[in-house]
Design a protein. Sequence first.
Length: 116
Amino acid sequence: MKKYLFLILFLGFTSSVSNWNAQSIKEPSFSQQKADDGGLTVYPNPTKDVLFLKTKDQSLRVKSVTFYSILGMPVAMYNVNMNAAEINVEKLRPGKYLMKYTLSDNTTKIKQIIKQ
């Protein structure tokens, strides 16, 4: 009796499995993806001592830059007020930091910076 019950359950399960339909997931092409970086170029990353900032739009300026530790504690703050700047980060300890910047149009973004 147990063998027949097992056989009925097994055959019923395998027949229902074959009826499942897999759905394909359409991946977006690169032309559909938008890289939203806020219009700021930061290099080199990782850096050792100097970090260069440059806005992609010449009419925008970087108002301020604040570095946060991974724990969320502010460790350094700079008032820039230029569209291209050079920030000395040699006093920061090696590690990962979150760089929060504000542009002249009051756009605020966060980038990850690695200090070597």
